[in-house]
Design a protein around this ligand. Structure first.
Ligand SMILES: *Cc1c(COP(=O)(O)O)cnc(C)c1O
Length: 415
């Protein structure tokens, strides 16, 4: 062997660089889930989970999970195509299809796998995947796996998408891909405009609504529901079960033909053990809650409104609220220079930690360079008083860390 590099020698400098760039990531071990968790020997107000409806810790889901495990099994035992497709999976797929207004739905083990599976089944070398610039990483990885050509349009700019489609008119297969609700910004794609452009240019449309489902729309059926799109105008809809629905896994909804094709050709579907049937059973209970307890969504909207009202002055202390009306409420750090923003984000997260508030700093490459932020997420399990406590802590932390001082929290509105 000629000068082979050892594993340790290969990895150590990469880790050191990660540290030097203030991008080193660490996990914290928790007990409990939801707005109040236990970690490092104390209780925290948690404002960074995706448990938007507060279902991940709901005892009704825990009971359904136990019942599902006894009736259908803890594990699937095999892939769906061999012998791992249980009655619980089948029932959940039918419910998801009805909920989204699509002909069929297909379960995947995670949203990450669903996105790899769909894109790699639909596109091949030379085909075009046209992405919103802020799409989730799994959509980019799916495009890479497919070997398709990656094209991008400016974030949230449906007109720019149409211009790209017009320029790519001669290509045979063009798949437009967008998040429904953008995971790090909290804003929504204009699905009507994207659907119209795709229809006009004979392009295919895929929407990943991981953060919209369960949260937006009168029935909680997501961004399509909220924007009044007729079923079928988004021919390829991806949803996840691990966020608002509080369990784990994902699904793709669409036509009979789409789902049959995915069953045949989506390798991340074919070559993996089926989702736990107990989880599939528990997710049916999540869907009952989404249908029967719209007050959870109403409360969540009230929390968002309270945060936007009380957080409006944060821009004056160097933390800019972004234009989001969803439970994802990022605060952009408005200092400048790579490294500075990341370090400030971390220092702010630490200042919040000193106040027993857990909000992880989001840094590149999860977000574009220079746009490090605190990504605050609200949950129906929070109370209005939690939002007030959070806002007060944010003003204090920003004054302490960024030091621009001055701005006071706006007058508190009556509860
Ligand atoms: C979380 C997320 C995923 C991944 O889903 P998992 O089930 O957690 O693997 C995919 N797309 C978007 C937009 C997400 O936010």
């Amino acid at each position: 062997m000629r000068g082979a590099e050892s594993l340790e020698a290969a990895l150590a400098p990469r880790l050191a660089e990660q540290r030097a760039r203030v991008r080193y990531r660490q996990r914290h071990t928790t007990r409990g889930v939801g707005p109040r968790v236990h970690r490092d020997g104390r209780d925290w107000l948690n404002v960074c989970s995706n448990d938007y409806l507060g279902l991940a810790g709901d005892p009704r889901l825990a009971d359904a999970l136990a019942e599902g495990a006894r009736r259908f099994g803890v594990g699937g035992g095999a892939s769906h195509l061999v012998c791992g497709h249980s009655e619980a999976h089948e029932m959940l797929e039918r419910r998801l299809a009805a909920w989204t207004g699509c002909e069929r739905a297909l379960l995947f083990s995670s949203g990450y796998q669903a996105n790899l599976g769909v894109i790699s089944a639909l596109l091949g070398r030379g085909d075009i995947a046209l992405h919103d610039r802020l799409n989730h990483a799994s959509l980019l990885d799916g495009t890479r796996l497919a070997g398709a050509r990656l094209e991008r349009f400016a974030h949230g700019d449906a007109a720019a998408c149409e211009a790209r489609l017009a320029a790519l008119e001669s290509e045979r297969r063009r798949l437009v891909i967008s998040d429904g609700v953008f995971s790090m910004d909290g804003d929504c794609a204009d699905l009507n405009a994207l659907a119209t452009h795709c229809e006009r240019h004979d392009a295919w449309l895929m929407i990943d609504d991981a953060h919209g489902l369960g949260v937006l729309g009168e029935r909680g059926a997501g961004t399509c529901d909220a924007q009044g799109l007729a079923p079928g105008r988004v021919p390829i809809l991806v949803g996840t079960l691990g966020k608002a629905l509080g369990t784990h896994g994902a699904f793709v909804a669409g036509s009979e033909t789409l789902i049959e094709a995915l069953i045949q050709f989506a390798r991340p579907y074919v070559y993996t053990t089926s989702l736990s049937p107990a989880l599939a059973w528990a997710t049916l209970t999540s869907l009952d809650v989404v249908r029967d307890e719209p007050e959870r969504r109403d409360h969540l909207q009230a929390l968002v409104a309270r945060f936007r009202q009380h957080g409006a002055g944060l821009a004056e202390v160097g933390l800019s609220p972004m234009p989001s009306m969803t439970p994802i409420q990022p605060l952009l750090i408005t200092q400048h220079g790579e490294g500075a923003n990341e370090a400030t984000a971390l220092a702010l997260a630490q200042a919040l930690e000193a106040r027993a508030i857990w909000c992880s700093a989001i840094r590149p490459p999860t977000v574009p360079v220079g746009s490090a932020r605190l990504r605050i997420t609200l949950s129906a399990a929070h109370e209005l008083a939690d939002v007030d406590r959070l806002c007060e802590a944010l003003y204090d932390a920003a004054r302490q860390v960024i030091g621009q001082g001055g701005a006071a929290m706006p007058q508190r509105a009556p509860a």
